[in-house]
Design a protein. Structure first.
Length: 505
């Protein structure tokens, strides 16, 4: 038999159970800023209301208590005065006590006089039932002032304010007396109860109003966020030129809008470069493929001799080599721009590597009638193979754009700030100023008709820039038409490389 009972973990709503928040495939619950603002606003308002109501209630209760205590102290003074003026057993005293304590009105007093043995001498009618003698606190010996009622105590039920004083004697007897005065504070308690109810009602309506107003205020405050959301939703690949900073935003959102616009600038630049790269790549691949196809169609148009077939294959091999160099260059740039790639660096003398490159191109420079000079020293922390490739690309470019009788100079030196700079200068025709900002872009070529090597794809300087970025360095170019061109490679400072002065400064 199979059991159909489920474990607690499978119960609906349990963590990990199907359909529960946090379970696989179920999106987590999203909290609302508006909701939190309403809670914070309502909570803070409720706390302030509680503090304000508490202060008001305590102030009223204290004032009423002081007023009642003053009344009790005042009646005690009246009772003392009557004992001084009349005999304790006189009818006049009984009449005055009954009159003082039996007045009908909002304040009901009770008075009682006892001798030292507790025998009743005189009391307000009905006092025994309302305030028995045993309910009073022990009498105090000192006299209570009219403006103070420190010995006053409340009855067990809380509806009477009691005061008991030991009177040392009177006019006709030296025997001590016990004076008791009670005040009915039922009306005061009812006033406080009604005030408490009013305050609770005010707190309830205040909390409700705070929640409603908090929701209105929070939604109004979050309206710019909704506006930003709509603006962002309208930005697509075909409308990358839209910007958020064109609108006046609150101070809390202006920074976010600025950073978002900066991100859009980077995306638009990357998108433009990608589009341009795709167009340039198609253009670079079209020429060799068209050449290969055209030659194949011509050769296959009729029977050819072995020499003609051999010539066609040789021409195709050159085009294949051009495609291979193009693909190798693109793969190198793609790997170099990988943000996770780390170059294995070693400390090597840059002058030695520059001399090796010059020696490699010595035959080509002699063939073209261009003098190549290498000079200077400096320690570079980097990859020697990538360094030689960067310098080799610069020297090949210089030889291609320097006429016979010209000169190419490769100099290496440590700058004052400790960085190592490699300069490749030529006396060629130079580059127009409008081309300089783009010469390091992929596939960009200056079509001046003077270059001797026209098989390049325009990746040489792009590879140089990628190598310098891998090393944390920089590359720039200076050129004047009719004077020549200088490309500078700046490698970061190393601790082992001593600072030196620029020999050309």
């Amino acid at each position: 038999m199979f059991s159909t009972s489920s474990s607690p973990a499978d119960a609906p709503g349990a963590p990990g159970a199907p359909g529960a928040p946090g379970a696989p495939g179920v999106p987590p619950r999203r909290w609302s800023i508006v909701g939190r603002l309403v809670w914070y606003y309502s909570g803070s308002t409720f706390v302030l209301l509680v503090l304000a109501v508490g202060v008001l209630y305590m102030g009223l209760a204290r004032d009423l208590a002081r007023h009642d205590e003053k009344l009790v102290a005042s009646k005690m003074q009246v009772l003392r005065h009557l004992l001084t003026e009349y005999s304790r057993n006189s009818e006049a005293l009984a009449s005055e006590v009954e009159h003082e304590g039996g007045e009908q009105g909002p304040l009901q007093f009770y008075m009682r006089v006892l001798d030292a043995t507790g025998r009743l001498i005189i009391a307000t009618p009905g006092m025994d039932a309302r305030a028995p003698a045993a309910s009073f606190p022990a009498p105090v010996e000192e006299r209570a002032e009219a403006a103070s009622c420190a010995p006053c105590r409340r009855s067990a039920s809380g509806d009477l304010l009691l005061l008991s004083v030991l009177e040392e004697g009177s006019a006709d007897s030296a025997a001590p007396l016990v004076l008791q005065v009670a005040l009915d504070v039922t009306d005061t308690n009812e006033v406080l109860a009604a005030y408490r109810l009013t305050l609770f009602i005010v707190m309830g309506f205040g909390l409700l109003a705070a929640a409603l107003l908090g929701g209105v205020v929070a939604r109004a405050a979050m309206q710019p966020v909704a506006t930003i959301t709509r603006r962002v939703q309208a930005i697509t690949a075909s409308h990358l030129e839209d910007r958020l900073a064109e609108t006046e935003w609150p101070a809390e959102l202006s920074g976010l809008a600025g950073e978002f616009d900066a991100m859009l600038d980077r995306l638009q630049e990357s998108f433009t470069r990608l589009t341009q790269f795709s167009a340039d790549l198609a253009h670079a691949l079209r020429n060799p493929i068209n050449n290969l196809r055209g030659e194949a169609e011509v050769v296959l148009g009729r029977a050819r001799s072995p020499e003609e077939y051999q010539q066609c294959l040789g021409s195709s091999l050159e085009e294949f080599g051009r495609l291979s160099r193009l693909i190798d260059g693109l793969l190198f740039i793609a790997r170099a721009e990988d943000p996770h790639r780390v170059v294995e660096r070693t400390l090597f003398p840059a002058g030695r590597e520059v001399d090796a490159v010059c020696e490699f191109y010595e035959a080509l420079s002699q063939e073209r009638g261009v003098t190549v000079a290498c000079e200077g020293e400096g320690l570079v922390l980097g990859d020697p193979v990538l360094f030689r490739r960067a310098v080799s690309n610069l020297l090949a470019n210089a030889l291609n754009h320097t006429p016979a009788g010209g000169r190419v100079t490769m100099s290496t030196f440590a700058r004052r700030d400790g960085a190592v700079e490699v300069r490749v200068s030529d006396t060629g025709d130079g580059i127009a100023a409008e081309h300089l900002p783009r010469v390091f872009d992929r596939f960009y070529r200056v079509e001046d008709g003077q270059a001797r090597d026209t098989v390049g794809a325009g990746l040489g300087l792009a590879i140089v820039r990628s190598i310098m970025r891998l090393h944390g360095g920089d590359a720039d170019i200076l050129s004047r038409v009719g004077v020549g061109t200088t490309v500078r490679l700046v490698f970061p400072k190393t601790e082992q490389a001593p600072a030196a002065q620029d020999p050309t400064a």
